[in-house]
Design a protein around this ligand. Structure first.
Ligand code: IPE
Length: 242
């Protein structure tokens, strides 16, 4: 089994509110299915989460801003529905889970996700908001990836983004940046993108934690899902955390 996260910057245009990259997402999902390994899926929120959260001052108190919060929840759920619909059309049996519903007193309860795997379904989990007292908090798809890897012990954890992998500098700003084909767990990484769940820096921390579980953790470009076929050989075009 493999665990795959489709990053919000890949499945949406992160700069434009609620812009779903349907064609690219569909292509990536077809490629993942074609790869043939059983998988669990996680996806980010992209412009269906970050923009309105930032505008509304979330994470933080939601008191007096209940309708904004409902709108964020509706948006993240809408993105998930569109992804689920693609999977259904591709003949899969997806079941969706949000941390909002998995939240217990001070933890997340994945037992329903595990039941869905046992039942032969494809769990689709996504970064979302959850409520903690008067506050709204955010649980990212990257954190979900860590939790689910810890529980299911997949052979691989794959992060599909809108760039080829991890670079020595932000490739969107520095054209001369270099792709790092292997990245040491010990290496520090500067936060290069700004979003409410920590941008690339936050993602890298989650990836390092997953690699520490002994799971092969890699990052690749979702625009080229055919690169999955080289996942376990030297021709793999992406970054692997060691
Ligand atoms: C963020 O989830 C959820 C919200 C902002 C509500 P992620 O952190 O996993 O989303 P991306 O991949 O960065 O867009």
């Amino acid at each position: 089994m493999i665990a795959i996260k489709l990053g919000g910057s890949f499945i949406t245009d992160k700069s434009k509110y609620r812009t779903f990259r349907k064609y690219e997402t569909e292509r990536a999902l077809k490629g993942i299915i074609k790869f043939g390994e059983p998988f669990v899926l996680v996806h980010g929120a992209g412009s269906f989460g970050h923009i309105l959260c930032k505008q509304s001052g979330f994470p933080g108190t939601y008191k007096g801003k209940e309708s904004q919060l409902s709108r964020v929840k509706y948006d993240t759920c809408s993105l998930n529905s569109m992804i689920t619909e693609i999977l259904l059309d591709l003949g899969m049996a997806p079941m969706s889970f949000s941390p909002f519903h998995l939240r217990r007193k001070d933890t997340f309860d994945y037992s329903s996700v595990l039941r869905s795997v046992e039942g032969g379904f494809l769990p689709v989990m996504y970064g979302d908001i959850y409520i903690d007292g008067n506050d709204v908090k955010i649980y990212s798809g990257d954190s979900i990836m860590f939790d689910i890897c810890n529980l299911l012990n997949p052979t691989d954890a794959i992060f599909m983004g809108d760039v080829d992998g991890i670079f020595d500098r932000d490739p969107k700003i520095y054209p001369e940046s270099k792709l790092l084909k292997t990245v040491k767990k010990q290496q520090d990484f500067n936060t290069i993108l700004n979003d409410v769940t920590g941008g690339m820096g936050g993602k890298y921390i989650a990836m390092k934690k997953i690699a520490s579980l002994g799971i092969r953790t890699s990052m690749m470009n979702g625009l080229y899902p055919e690169r999955l076929s080289d996942l376990h050989n030297d021709n793999f075009y992406g970054s692997v955390i060691e």
